[in-house]
Design a binder for this molecule. Sequence first.
Ligand code: UDP
Ligand code: MG
Length: 325
Amino acid sequence: MSDVLYIVVPCYKEEAVLPETSKRLKAKLLSLIESGKINPASKIMFVNDGSTDKTWSIIQELHKSNEMFSGVNLSRNRGHQNALLAGITTAVNYADIIVSMDADLQDDVDAVDKMVDSYHNGFDVVYGVRSSRKKDTRFKRFTAEGFYKFMKMLGVDIVFNHADYRLMSRRATEGLLQFGEVNLFLRGIVPQIGYPWTTVEYERSERFAGESKYPLKKMIAFAFDGITSFSVTPIRFIFKLGLVVFLASIVALIWSLFAKFLGYTVSGWTSLVCSIWMIGGIQLLSLGIIGEYIGKIYNETKRRPRFIIESIINDGKPIKDEHKI
Ligand code: UDP
Ligand code: MG
């Protein structure tokens, strides 16, 4: 019997796109079922991330109209990554293959075929990679690509131009769920799981309707989270910076002693003020970065739940424990 596929779609205030997204995903799933690549019990799982608009009632309607649609309702807005994780955690109980995708149809739905083919060719993780960013604004392209390059520079294993459009097998998903960290950055964690992986290229299009739920502020927070969750390079940088400043201050000390003995003491005011400001600034910067890591430790030790599911609507049969690895 062929494998059950679940397409997990996090949705935050997506009432404008859901009717179209559901239509296209349904057509895609039906064609995959028809071609025998996936099991007829496959489903589309929408995760409502605490939307304040009609998103959840649309999902409920979809579920009533066709059992191919299922839904997970979060108790409140927890952000894209957590919503995705809530969907994956639920879907892994029913599915052999999980594809995650945004609700706005920016990711090319047709790439799912290639992903499923790669899965059948023995790959556990298939990353959807944007072949170009022509449709993104110049600013978004510049900041996003800069982010991937910066992450690589810091030594983080990340797939270039891959967002959260990917296929994962059940064993890869179970591996992912063993990572218990609260500060979640899926793009960084998935490569850590291992198993055979490959990429599938697709053209990124414009958002079908509605607005981006990632304003600049959220994007910066996301990038900062990604960097501090995966790399200790900033801490090492502080250490090196501290060393350089320390050596420079020794030179300055010798210089000021010379100046004192040569009788130029009054003229030292400028350098004194400059160094106070500079060292003060560096210390503050360093404290800020260290604080970020301590903040992370603080969050991790609390072990707070990453999401709370209010309800699940799904007619699928859970996979019994003996099927699990
Ligand atoms: N999203 C979510 N919770 C949030 C913000 C976004 O579930 O708090 C979902 C959103 O509905 C979409 C996906 O995350 O399906 C990506 O968001 P968006 O398309 O707005 O981001 P962009 O493509 O502009 O980076
Ligand atoms: Mg989008």
